[in-house]
Design a protein around this ligand. Structure first.
Ligand code: FAD
Length: 482
């Protein structure tokens, strides 16, 4: 089927307004938020219903054209990037909250609903949608589900996976299924768990029942300032080890403070080498005492100062600085490469030391803004991508961070997913058997590799091949060396 026939057929399914075919407009969809990879889609469609998605998928399946699901394109691992072309299916027109079932603490949403807008919609009922990626004013719940997104408050409330009660999804053969009916304790295989974090490789989410979280009665926020990142990191693991569960524990290092301090008028002193943002929430009574216990840990670890954000306006100011810190990096360098790994919390001080060493060895500044309570690091490598040598050193520095994280007992992604960015690191973390089991699962949903091909699994190994590998019992390392 040639491109114009494909476009014609797609227009019949989603209507002329639902098809983007102009070459200039298509450039908008050639990458997500990760600057390292791009790809040109043949066409983009914007269906308005599950039935339209199903029609598009059936057509694509008939002609063997890849489908790349896309939410807001804020992903940072190339997950929604059409590296091999194909049809990008955007959920931008599926943006309605269909039902708020406040009595049962849940909401039914289309996938293109913006994360922040869902929380705003349920606020009058006394609820929030707890997973709050820093990109929450742009990213969609479909993208959150596909990437199992995290955020500052996931320390206490859990990542997206803890908030999905069931999804409607279109499978690669065009069939429409529900993985659960919105009840909290479904029986049978956990297909909701399978789709959460599957990065658009096994189906397209067309609706979801999401669990809502009660708004807390009271919230307290403080910034603890340290001369360096070691004291801040040590405080994080000691706070958790003492049995406290703050709502959020976020760290910004010296460079990050420099980027946000003026912009958000935080008035932080020059000598602050790290800021630890602590938020506690819950019943008002006893909250101050809880916070005092945590700040005692900070003082013990050499804090220079502990500054409370006294009013809701001050709290918003601190949070805006933290959540927009990545954007503020533009003040420090033309490009940044945001790395996403996880280490056990007790390994944070050592790992941060190693990130400093990597920065020096690769002669590139690295800022750090991260979900410290989860051990989820975000070293931000600052460089100028127009300079080839810097480009190369940025990639090498990112690889070095991943190696250190794994050596420390961590993993290669905390929340941004694998996409194309990290697919070749999968072999550092998973054995042949692990990968083959994943490939077998993928194959049972998508035998012809129609959905988001070329993502997640290490390059050059189709899932059919992985499944055959599993049967033959050939070691992954052996196959790689052939
Ligand atoms: C400034 C900034 C800050 C960020 N902070 C965080 C953070 O704190 N925590 C965090 O977790 N992430 C963060 N991210 C990364 C990103 O915002 C999240 O991964 C988010 O969940 C992606 O949502 P999206 O709608 O933009 O999805 P996209 O980028 O469009 O897609 C992401 C993946 O989901 C798949 N997908 C999208 N919609 C569907 C669907 N309906 N069905 C099936 N698959 C689908 C895509 O194919 C792709 O693989 C940040 C990004 C930026 C730019």
């Amino acid at each position: 089927m040639n491109r114009s026939q494909l476009i014609e057929e797609l227009r019949r399914i989603v209507g002329p307004a639902g098809v983007v075919a102009d070459p200039v407009a298509l450039m908008t969809y050639d990458a997500d938020g990760c600057v390292m990879d791009t790809g040109e889609p043949q066409v983009v469609v914007l269906p308005a219903s599950a039935e339209q998605v199903s029609g598009v998928v059936r057509l694509a399946s008939r002609y063997g054209v890849p489908i790349v699901p896309r939410g807001a394109g804020t992903g940072l691992s190339g997950g929604a990037t059409p590296i091999g072309g194909g049809i990008v299916v955007s959920t931008a027109r599926m943006d309605r909250v269909l039902e708020i079932d406040a009595r049962n603490g849940r909401a039914l949403c289309q996938p293109g609903v913006i994360n922040w807008e869902l929380s705003q919609a349920v606020r009058p009922y006394g609820y929030q949608f707890a997973p709050d990626p820093s990109s929450q004013k742009a990213c969609t719940v479909g993208g959150n589900i596909a990437n199992n997104a995290g955020g500052p408050h996931c320390l206490k409330y859990g990542t997206t996976a803890s908030h999905v009660l069931g999804v409607q999804m279109v499978l690669p053969d065009g069939s429409i299924i529900w993985t659960g009916d919105g009840n909290p304790a479904p029986v049978g295989y956990d297909l909701t768990g399978v789709i959460t974090g599957s990065e658009g490789t096994i189906g397209l989410v067309t609706a979801a029942w999401l669990k809502l979280t009660r708004l807390p009665e009271a919230v307290r926020v403080v910034l603890a300032l340290f001369p360096d990142i070691a004291g801040a990191s040590a405080s994080v693991s000691q706070v958790i080890a003492s049995g406290f569960l703050p709502a959020a524990l976020e760290i910004m290092d010296r460079l990050a403070i420099k980027a946000v301090n003026d912009m958000y008028r935080l008035g932080l002193p020059e000598q602050a080498g790290a800021a630890l943002l602590i938020e506690v929430d819950g019943v008002d009574d006893g909250l101050d005492e809880l916070l005092a216990d945590m700040t005692t840990v900070c003082w013990r670890n050499g804090a220079l100062d502990v500054r409370p954000a006294r009013t809701p306006a001050e709290q918003n100011q601190v949070w805006a600085a933290r959540k927009n810190a990545f954007g503020a990096m533009g003040r420090l360098a033309p490009t940044y490469y945001l790395v996403d790994t996880v280490v056990p919390r007790t390994r944070l001080p050592y790992t941060m030391e190693q990130v400093g060493r990597i920065s020096q060895e690769h002669r590139l500044p690295i800022a750090n803004v991260f979900h410290a309570g989860d051990g989820n690091l975000h070293p931000i490598i600052l460089f100028d991508r127009r300079d080839r040598s810097q480009n190369q050193r940025a990639l090498e520095a990112a690889t070095a961070v991943m190696h250190v994280s794994i050596e420390q007992g961590g993993v290669i992604s905390g929340e941004h997913g694998i996409g194309v960015e990290k697919q070749d690191y999968m072999t550092l973390l998973f054995s042949t058997e692990d990968l083959a089991a994943m490939a077998g699962l993928h194959q049972s949903f998508d035998p012809y590799d129609l959905f988001n091909p070329g993502k997640v699994f290490p390059k050059g190994r189709g899932c059919g091949e992985l499944a055959a590998l599993r049967r033959a019992g050939v070691a992954w390392s052996e196959l790689k060396s052939r």
